[in-house]
Design a protein around this ligand. Structure first.
Ligand SMILES: *Cc1c(COP(=O)(O)O)cnc(C)c1O
Length: 392
């Protein structure tokens, strides 16, 4: 982090992350664990979080893009890494050379990866993805027999090895939704077809965080959680993090840039959407939408300042927002806590999500690069073991 930046910071508790991985593993005996660290570890720092998850027993790392996968290798992470979001002409060769497990959802992708394998003289590790109903990536059930047969032929030619078969739920965060049983059945049928086609994957997997916590029948050989590892409940309607043995990893704070008395009737921020009801004290929090504080938090987002929850007064600007302290005292430099684990009375990322009409995933993931990350390690997590490889 940049020690000169006294404005704001996101404190990342790697001990909490390790404890969350341990708690999730304890709930999923017999299943391997893929730690999902895409999007810079949901804003927590991709490499640091990948290392912490591996130290707590994760066997695999999952990311969306091949660039993220290659960045993990460049940082010295030697564990199995799966990436799934490819576009034509992507860095297949680089990924095959770096022993990354790549996902294939369509014939064009199988063609590109087999070409990369023959060019490099290496066997590519390929995982086939099924669209069981989400309608995003993945092969349609009608295309699956053709894709699995072609993959089997590429195995026979020594070009690829099919290491995994997987899919992704559309509504795992709505337990009891009828699509869940339907998509599980579609995936099971596809697994049976792949077996008939002669494929022998190492891992079959479908469970994101909500499925990891609520659907034991969806674990197959491996679970693939992201948000739960960062200590946020993927099913807030069923319970908060503590109900699942999890603890939020990120704590976002800023130091007040200004505290001043203003008269009643004073407008606050662009558009004058807040006007002071009487003489009062305004505090300026130096974080804005450029840092990932949603503009939708205008007149809504909660902040702990001077011992109490305040609500953002008026609009969130690019770099700053204001809170009204009423009659309470504070000084420039005092701490404002936007969110954290919640045990010191501060709001949580879930509170921000509710205030902004979004999900806590978006709140933490969008905290931008201008906010330095400070890594700490609380003692309550399992002891860190050295990472399996070098690098930072
Ligand atoms: C993001 C993602 C995950 C992790 O989802 P969470 O809900 O954060 O646990 C798992 N699998 C895929 C394919 C993903 O894109």
């Amino acid at each position: 982090m940049n020690d000169m930046d006294t404005r704001a910071r996101a404190r990342i508790d790697l001990g909490a992350l390790r404890a969350n991985v341990a708690a999730l593993r304890a709930r999923t005996p017999g299943a391997a664990f893929m730690a999902v660290v895409k999007a810079d570890g949901y804003g927590h720092g991709m490499v640091r979080c990948a290392r912490a998850a591996l130290a707590a027993g994760a066997g695999w790392i999952g990311v969306a893009t091949p660039e993220e996968a290659l960045a993990l290798r460049a940082a010295g992470i030697g564990a199995r890494v799966l990436c799934w979001l490819w576009t034509p002409g992507g860095p297949w060769r680089e990924c095959v050379e770096a022993d990354i497990d790549v996902t294939v959802s369509a014939r064009w992708a199988l063609d590109e990866v087999t070409r990369a394998a023959s060019e490099t003289g290496r066997t590519a590790r390929v995982q086939l993805k099924l669209d069981a109903g989400l309608g995003r990536n993945g092969a349609q059930p009608a295309e699956w027999p053709g894709l699995t047969a072609a993959a089997r032929a590429a195995e026979d030619a020594g070009l690829i090895r099919v290491t995994g078969l997987w899919s992704h739920f559309s509504c795992a965060d709505e337990p009891g939704h009828p699509s869940i049983a339907r998509e599980l059945a579609v995936f099971r049928t596809a697994l049976a077809q792949a077996e008939e086609a002669g494929l022998t994957p190492e891992v079959r997997h479908m469970a994101n965080s909500p499925a990891t916590l609520t659907l034991p029948e969806a674990r197959f050989d491996m679970v693939r959680p992201g948000i739960a590892m960062y200590g946020i409940s993927p099913v807030p309607q069923l319970g908060g993090p503590a109900d699942f043995g999890l603890r939020p990893v990120m704590r976002l704070t800023a130091r007040l840039a200004s505290v001043k008395r203003v008269p009643g009737g004073h407008g606050v921020s662009y558009g004058r959407h807040y006007v002071t009801p009487g003489e009062t004290t305004l505090a300026l929090v130096p974080l804005g939408y450029a840092d990932g504080v949603p503009r939708h938090a205008s007149s809504a987002g909660p902040v702990l300042v001077a011992g109490k929850w305040r609500v953002v007064a008026g609009r969130v600007a690019m770099d700053q927002f204001v809170v009204d302290l009423g009659g309470d005292a504070a000084e420039a430099g005092d701490e404002a806590v936007l969110f954290g684990p919640g045990d010191d009375g501060e709001p949580t990322a879930e509170d921000w999500a509710r205030a902004c009409g979004t999900i806590a995933y978006e709140i933490v993931t969008r905290i931008g690069p201008r906010v330095p990350r400070e890594y700490v390690d609380t003692a309550d997590g399992p002891a860190a073991v050295p990472a399996d490889s070098g690098g930072r």
